[in-house]
Design a protein around this ligand. Structure first.
Ligand code: GAP
Length: 452
């Protein structure tokens, strides 16, 4: 296997319809990407796998899909208006713009000048206006994390589901950050998706639950096909913790450009619910919160034994979908020698993540009998509901195999003249490239086995 570079991944993504730069017909926009026919499937499959493991396979987590537009008060009391900033530095010589941590010995990485402005805080939140009049009272933020909408819905969910701690609320959705220097393809972008869980627990049990979620999330990434050799847990240093966190463990991954955060698991204590609750003085809030005179709702739960009310602590595993996609592509991308003269690129994604689950290929293009048989196989497999099954009516088997290797389709099914005679098809496996003949009445079972 030849080791891959970011350029190889970017090239595959464009060539095979995974990821395109946004608005490239007008020169593109920095830090913004679109997901093409293969990308949208891969992304959806990753999100679905997360949702399944969080919501369907457990009995202590509820789902939520809240709005992106967020009331300024939510992001005032969450601390984002004040602290969600990056220190911005301008190079007076070449006019480039950097965050302080990108400078090398207080020198511009571009032109090496030391003639720089003092760092000044730059808030990363995007604003937009609501309604026809634009003024200070009509704006909203595009949420910078999905988490705050979970906290704002805490009481709604508690009341409508009769939950008590420990329990969690899961959400997958867009988040927006006006990153000063978006970079490394989809690693740091301005519009992205997060898969976030806020897991509410009794104060005092928070450290135990923090450990539990770090382990659970690490193991989940391994199940998605990430090699443990490229994963690492890193305790965030006290000075680098976000304003809400008592302790955070990052799951680091060796991306093509370096070892960086894939997911963070934070102990957010009672900071968020304590910040957004009304009657703060009624509770023993342990974290430092701003006085809230605007909230209309008590964000607390009752101790069922002594009937006292308390603000739960929260443990938050927060993963980026884009970073997940990049890590999965990096893991799956292989260039293999087939023989002395030929090589192939193959994406050996786990089948549950593959954009296309199976390709059905009639041997001869536009041959009515073969195409009709292939269509009927496609339709039967599609109905099983494991994801997209595709009919490839191009007549070029070799080209089809190459394309499906590159997009990670686990199996190709070829329909030929023998199929019409004895109801058998050829199955070609992506990873071994082995072909075997299978009777159609065994096909469904065989297909389902790939996804167990
Ligand atoms: N709610 C907690 C939170 O938002 P974070 O560490 O700022 O914490 C969580 O973000 C995850 O979101 C990160 O681990 C990363 O995967 C993803 N993420 C954050 N900023 C991103 C960006 N600009 N581009 C792509 N993904 C990003």
């Amino acid at each position: 296997m030849v080791s891959k570079t970011m350029e190889e991944l970017v090239s595959l993504c464009k060539r095979r319809g995974f990821i395109f730069q946004t608005n490239d017909i007008y020169g593109g926009m920095k830090g913004l990407y679109d997901y093409g026919p293969m990308g949208v499937e891969l992304k959806n499959n990753l999100k679905q796998s997360w949702w399944k493991s969080m919501v369907y396979e457990r009995d202590d987590i509820e789902g939520l899909d809240a709005t992106i537009l967020t009331a300024p008060k939510v992001l005032k009391y969450s601390g984002h208006e004040e602290t969600f900033t990056d220190p911005l530095v301008d190079c007076k010589s070449c006019k480039s713009r950097w965050t302080s941590d990108q400078l090398i010995n207080k020198t511009c990485p571009n032109c090496k000048s030391k003639d720089l402005t003092d760092p000044r805080p730059f808030n990363l939140m995007f604003k937009t206006s609501i309604g026809p009049v634009e003024d200070e009272n009509t704006f909203a933020y595009l949420r910078p994390e999905t988490a705050q909408q979970i906290f704002a819905n805490f009481k709604n969910i508690l009341d409508s589901t009769n939950r008590t701690v420990p329990f969690g609320i899961a959400q997958v959705g867009k988040a927006f950050r006006n990153e000063i220097t978006p970079r490394n393809f989809i690693f740091r972008v301005r519009e992205f998706e997060q898969m976030e869980l806020e897991f509410f627990v009794e104060p005092g049990s928070d450290e135990k639950w923090h450990k539990y979620w770090v382990e659970a999330r690490y193991n989940w990434w391994i199940k998605q096909g990430i090699n443990a050799e490229r994963l690492e847990l890193e305790e965030v240093k006290k000075n680098d913790l976000s304003h809400y966190s008592k302790s955070t463990t990052d799951i680091m991954y060796k991306f093509p450009h370096g070892n960086e955060e894939l997911e963070g698991i934070a102990n957010r204590t009672d900071f968020d619910l304590g910040s957004h609750t009304k009657n703060q003085d009624d509770f023993n809030i342990t974290s430092k919160v701003n006085i809230n005179e605007d909230s209309t709702t008590k964000l607390a739960v009752q101790n069922l034994e002594n009937k006292s009310w308390f603000i739960p602590y929260v443990i938050e595993p927060s993963a980026g979908v884009e970073r997940g996609v990049l890590a999965l592509l990096n893991e799956a991308y292989k260039e293999e020698k087939i023989d002395n003269n030929n090589s192939r690129i193959v994406l050996n994604l786990k089948p549950h993540l593959s954009p296309i689950k199976a390709a059905v290929i009639p041997l001869k293009r536009n041959n009515d009998q073969l195409v009709s048989q292939a269509k009927s196989i496609k339709s039967v497999l599609q109905k099983i509901g494991l994801g997209r099954v595709i009919l490839e009516n191009s007549g070029n088997i070799g080209k089809n195999y190459r394309r499906h290797d590159e997009i990670g389709t686990p199996m190709c099914i070829t329909v030929d003249f023998e199929t019409l005679e004895n109801k058998s098809v050829t199955i070609r496996d992506r990873d071994t490239m082995k072909q075997e003949r299978l009777n159609l009445n065994e096909l469904i079972k065989f297909y389902q086995k790939y996804f167990e």
